[in-house]
Design a protein around this ligand. Structure first.
Ligand SMILES: Cc1cc2nc3c(=O)[nH]c(=O)nc-3n(C[C@H](O)[C@H](O)[C@H](O)COP(=O)(O)OP(=O)(O)OC[C@H]3O[C@@H](n4cnc5c(N)ncnc54)[C@H](O)[C@@H]3O)c2cc1C
Length: 284
């Protein structure tokens, strides 16, 4: 029996792969602060990743296992310009991928026999897919995160105020890549929300020190779009292996614990690749 700790993109994709191979597992998800996947924009593109060796296999795996959407974004060079051009990106809707029905207990310790929560001990081999929080379970000096926030706004409210309405009367996805908006995106979310994601991809500890300032700057940018009060603000720490920003983190800590993590530069397409690599370590 395997214990998967964390049901973000890493843990949920691993669970999907185990389902495909009829491998038995439990999966734990404690909804901890700064979990990244539930607010991940989940955009990817084969052109962003054209020099990555595993890209074809990863994209095939994602398309074979989930319903991927094709999203069209407007992009601008600066705010005064007319709509500049269209960018076509893939979007993996979060409700498609995140595993539900997990054991809602926080894993407090991962041992050579299994995992311990406040309620129970679960025997098994552990695969830690805990994002930045993996640092609470093991010493992982190379694990860091780029942290930021985004705003959710009710689509119905925005329609009433008339902001962001395209000529068609529908909301348009757009992406700004000029400074200071290097990652600014507005996109349709799920459940009737519009997402505003800002360019606050800052090392986690630095973000924590100046969080209020970064949020106030984002609010100013949002105000330029005519939105004064978002419905709620969310935060996420995207895990990163500082030794290998592209390659993610796949580490065998001991005979019973594997860390599966990271994926900053290559984003979510790293996970199918890391999962394909993990099988060589699993007990038969
Ligand atoms: C705003 C934002 C936008 C992004 N946009 C994109 C994008 O467009 N494209 C892209 O490719 N990537 C994007 N990313 C990056 C992507 O979201 C991350 O690479 C990915 O979500 C990391 O997944 P993970 O499973 O490793 O970590 P997480 O998503 O952080 O998952 C770890 C999970 O484990 C749980 N957990 C942790 N410790 C324990 C414990 N001890 N016990 C039980 N549960 C535990 C946490 O609650 C959490 O849900 C974005 C990230 C953010 C924050």
């Amino acid at each position: 029996m395997y214990n998967i700790v964390g049901a973000g993109l890493a843990g949920s994709m691993l669970a999907k792969s185990f389902d495909n191979h009829d491998i038995e597992y439990r999966i734990f998800e404690a909804q901890l602060p700064f979990a990244a996947s539930k607010i991940s924009e989940n955009l990817f593109s084969d052109t962003w990743l054209k020099d990555v060796s595993y890209i074809k296999d990863s994209l095939d795996w994602i398309h074979d296992n989930y319903k991927v959407e094709d999203r069209c974004f407007f992009t601008y060079q600066n705010l005064d310009e007319q709509k500049k051009k269209l960018k076509y990106l893939y979007h993996l809707p979060i409700p498609e991928v995140l595993k539900t029905g997990c054991i809602a207990e926080e894993v407090l310790e991962a041992t050579k026999e299994g995992v311990r929560t406040a309620q129970n001990f679960y025997k098994g081999m552990n695969i830690i897919c805990a994002g930045l929080q993996a640092k609470k379970l093991f010493k992982l000096p190379h694990l860091d995160a780029l942290t930021g926030h985004g705003f959710f706004m009710r689509e119905s409210k925005l329609r009433l105020s008339g902001v962001l309405g395209g000529r068609s009367g529908r909301y348009e996805n757009y992406i700004n890549t000029f400074r200071p908006y290097t990652h600014e995106k507005i996109m349709r979310w799920h459940d009737g929300y519009i997402w505003y994601g800002d360019s606050t991809a800052i090392k986690h500890n630095n973000y924590i020190k100046k969080q209020n300032y970064y949020i106030s700057e984002s609010k100013k940018r949002l105000k330029k779009l005519g939105i004064t009060e978002p419905d709620h603000i969310v935060f996420g720490a995207r895990p990163m292996n500082i030794k290998n920003k592209r390659g993610g983190m796949l580490v065998k800590i001991n005979s019973n614990n594997i860390i599966l993590n990271g994926g900053w530069k290559d984003g979510l397409v790293i996970y199918p690749y890391l999962i394909s690599q993990i099988y060589k370590w699993l007990k038969k």
